[in-house]
Design a binder for this molecule. Structure first.
Ligand code: UDP
Ligand code: MN
Length: 241
């Protein structure tokens, strides 16, 4: 049988949340043997997210952990508390399969799931539409990863994006951890697994193809239109603003 993929998605409330999750759901609904772990940045799991999940028919876990109160600044670590709680859940409940972190606004080619499903330790692949170079990718020579191409090296051992790697759950150590340090979450997580560069399995035709993109949706302003609910009764049902 096919190995299970555990897809961890942090998410938070805003007008774009339901459309992002709907689009991602409609990708994941094409993937066999996938379990979606949706990690809500909220004190309790939101009904709105839950209603999207129920309709997918996918096996899923909806779990929540809000960001600590101190993170209000513009460059705060995004989606860390919720990814951490998802990781804890996985470590407590799952011993086999492949872990992949995918944000709610990314775009994924179905081919990537076929490839990362066979990850033995840690696999890596290019991510498109990211940083100043427009792509972040491992550099591959004779089938081995020998370095990294990323516009923000920042003294990281593994300068990669969250969506640029997958991990075999058997390779997760008890020490696995993700810090609240903006920009260093991926690197510190991979270092906490005691990953060595020789362990990395390059995918996507030796990292020559882009199968996942770090897409971003334009932020919408809060609607300013004042609605007369008596005249337009149904409008009050659009609760996802
Ligand atoms: N996120 C979150 N809480 C926040 C901000 C972001 O859980 O306060 C999630 C978001 O839904 C996404 C991930 O963390 O899945 C990365 O956030 P975003 O896409 O905004 O960051 P970027 O892609 O620009 O790094
Ligand atoms: Mn994003």
């Amino acid at each position: 049988t096919l190995k299970m993929i555990y897809y961890i998605t942090p998410t938070y409330p805003r007008p774009e949340q339901v459309p992002e999750l709907t689009r991602l759901a409609h990708t994941l609904m094409h993937v066999p043997r996938i379990h979606w772990i949706v990690a809500d940045d909220q004190p309790i799991c939101s009904d709105l997210v839950s209603s999207v999940l129920k309709r997918t028919g996918l096996p899923y876990t909806h779990i929540s952990s809000p960001k600590p109160f101190i993170y209000k600044s513009s460059n705060f670590p995004r989606g860390v508390a919720n990814r951490r709680v998802a990781l804890n859940w996985l470590q407590e409940h799952v011993t086999e399969g492949v872990l992949y972190f995918g944000d709610d606004d990314n775009t994924v080619d179905l081919q990537l799931f076929d490839e990362l499903r066979n990850t033995k330790k840690v696999s890596m692949f290019p991510v498109g539409l990211i940083g100043d170079y427009g792509v972040s990718s491992p550099i591959v020579k004779e089938g081995k990863v020998v370095g990294f191409f990323d516009s923000w090296p920042a003294a990281r051992t593994f300068p990669v994006d969250m969506a640029g790697f997958a991990v075999n759950i058997g390779f997760l150590k008890e020490t696995a951890n993700m810090p609240f340090i903006a920009g260093h979450e991926e690197d510190r997580f991979l270092v906490s697994l005691d990953l060595q560069i020789d362990d990395i399995e390059p995918l996507a035709d030796n990292c020559t193809k882009i199968l996942v993109w770090h897409t971003k949706t334009v932020k919408h302003k809060k609607p300013t239109l004042k609605i007369n609910i008596n005249k337009l009764g149904s409008i009050s049902k659009y609760e996802n603003f």
